[in-house]
Structures are given as C-alpha cells and as structure tokens.
Design a protein around this ligand. Structure first.
Ligand SMILES: Cc1ncc(C[n+]2csc(CCOP(=O)(O)OP(=O)(O)O)c2C)c(N)n1
Length: 302
C-alpha cells in the first residue's frame, strides 16, 4: 500500500498524467470510461476515495497488491457501491477528513442491480457523488443487454436488437429530489468538467450520468469514441442537462437543430440490424424527449 501511495504522489506531480488512473491499465483502446476517469481526475485531483462494484471499472484495478488506480478503492458487491460509498463517507466525516467519496458504477450496477441501494441512498441524501458511466451494456461479462441498452441495439442477449427503450434514469433520480443530477458526455470535456466542479461544491447526493462509448460492444473503432460521444448529443440521443433539487432544469448544450440520428447509427455495427420502422420510432422518441426537456427548462428554469 505504501509503495502504491508513493508511486501515486510521484505520478500526480506530472501534469500529463491522470490523477485517478495509471496509464498502465488493461482497458480497451478507445474506452469511454477511461476518458471519463481522466476528466474526473482533472477536476477532483487525487483527494478521492471510490467504491466500485463488479464492472469494467473494477477490472481496471487489477488484483491486490497491484492497482491501476492512484486513489483508495473498495471493490463492492455488484448491487451495493452506493451503500459502501456512503459508509466510507461517514467514516471519513467521523475522522474529520475531507475528500470526495465517489461510487463509480456501470449502467448494470446502476439502472438494474444497484437501483435499490441507489434509491435508498438518494432518498437519505447521503453526501456522496454517484457516477454512472453508461456504456449501455453489461460490458465485462460479454455484452448482455441492460435496461440502459437503447432500442434496436444488438447485444449477446438481444441478437436481433433490443425491443424496448432505454430506462430514463435521470427522471428516476429527479423524482428523488436530490440536490444535483446531470448528464455528461466524454465528447464535451468543458461541459463535463464544469459539471464535476459544480457537483464537487454541493453537499448531499449528487448523480452524474456519463455516456461512455464502448469499442468492443458498440462495435466501433477506437478512433470513433469521441466522435460518437459528440454525435449522441448532437442528434438528441443523449441530451446534456442538469436537474437541481429534482425540480429545476438547465439544458447545457443546445444544438440549433438536431442532426439526423442515422449519422449516429451508421457508425455502430450494434445498430446494423435495425429496421427502418424501429429507426423511425427511435427518432420520434428522441425528438419528443428533446422537446419535453426544452419545455421543462422553460417552465422550471434553474
Ligand atoms: C449478484 C451478481 N450478479 C452477477 C454478477 C456478474 N457480473 C459482474 S459484472 C456484471 C456486468 C456489469 O455491467 P455494468 O454494470 O454495465 O458494467 P460494465 O461491465 O459494462 O463496465 C455482471 C453481470 C455479479 N458479479 N454479481
């Protein structure tokens, strides 16, 4: 542990290195989650402790006594990262320490199996930052569908394309009236870091939902990660916005006109089996959601 700590401090002094994660990790080329960790580290530095459940994020860490993380990490059960993070925060407060405590989980650990713990922690307004990096699939176990998988995407359990829509996790979090919830994209680093900075100054439960392209499971080239993270926003597939106290809305990136969603589909083989009818249903849903958000912002501005 001491050896790791020394190494961590040494690396942190190098401005070209991430504060949270070492470059010697085993993540895929073009991994959106790795970009998200770098951006989180840019804002939070290494004054961070993390609880990470079963997911690519904990595979990143490798096995004891090695770690690709430069900060203390507890590996939690799949369902319980937010509980563990809340416990870590309480211990830290009892010890009069001050650092950011993060739960860092994938969409499976957030939208599905971790939802009960996430909800109870949000309802108690635990003083943590919950980060969901959403690669829209159970990535490290072989690409099974999750409730974050979008309509029409093929996975190993939906080989012909998923038949239902993605769960609206932001609406669920807003319903808990937590102080802050926001969507972030690794394709918009300034917007991303501003939101992390703001979240780090707020007390109580904060929820950051990051769209995180996944090269093997979206069936894309590593060079397309950032392009897709941007296109998701520009087509309206993944709007960037904030919700304060579950009641006040702010859209932070506002394309003048949404790009045709076909531009987003065509770069990803996971959508290659989508029928024209499903594509139309998808595009209609996106436009409805975008208009709904703009209306919410107009009626309930932040
Ligand atoms: C209770 C339980 N069920 C299933 C598993 C197997 N498992 C480990 S990680 C994982 C999928 C994680 O998916 P996600 O949270 O989306 O993260 P990703 O792998 O995409 O990073 C599954 C099913 C487990 N560890 N524990």
């Amino acid at each position: 542990m001491n050896g790791l700590q020394n190494h961590s401090n040494k690396n942190h002094s190098n401005k070209n290195q991430s504060s949270l994660i070492r470059s010697q990790n085993t993540n895929c080329a073009g991994c959106g989650m790795s970009v998200a960790l770098n951006l989180l580290g840019d804002v939070l530095g290494n004054n961070v402790k993390m609880a990470i459940p079963a997911c690519c994020g904990i595979v990143t860490a490798h096995s004891f006594p090695f770690s690709a993380y430069k900060v203390p990490v507890i590996a939690s059960t799949f369902a319980a990262s937010s509980m563990v993070a809340a416990g870590m925060k309480v211990i830290q407060e009892l010890n009069h320490e001050s650092c950011h405590v993060l739960a860092f989980a994938g969409d499976g650990g957030t939208f599905d199996i971790g939802l009960a713990c996430l909800s109870s922690n949000a309802e108690r307004n635990e003083n943590i930052i919950y980060v969901c990096y959403d690669n829209e699939v159970y990535g490290n176990t072989g690409a099974q569908r999750s409730s974050a998988t979008p309509l029409g995407a093929s996975t190993t359990t939906t080989p012909l394309g998923k038949t239902g829509f993605k769960k609206d996790i932001m609406a669920i979090m807003a319903a808990h009236r937590i102080p802050y919830a926001a969507t972030l994209s690794v394709g918009f680093p300034d917007d991303f870091t501003q939101k992390v900075r703001l979240a780090s100054t707020i007390k109580g439960f904060r929820f950051l939902h990051i769209l995180s392209p996944c090269t093997p499971n979206w069936k894309i080239e590593p060079s397309q990660t950032i392009r897709l993270a941007r296109l998701a926003v520009e087509t309206g597939v993944f709007p960037l916005y904030e919700v304060f106290e579950g009641a006040k809305y702010k859209v932070t990136i506002r394309p003048k006109e949404l790009r045709p969603v076909e531009q987003y589909f065509s770069l990803q083989k996971r959508f290659s089996r989508m029928s024209p009818e499903t594509k139309n249903a998808f595009e209609r849903a996106i436009h409805n959601n975008w208009n709904r958000l703009l209306q919410l912002e107009e009626i309930y501005p932040a």
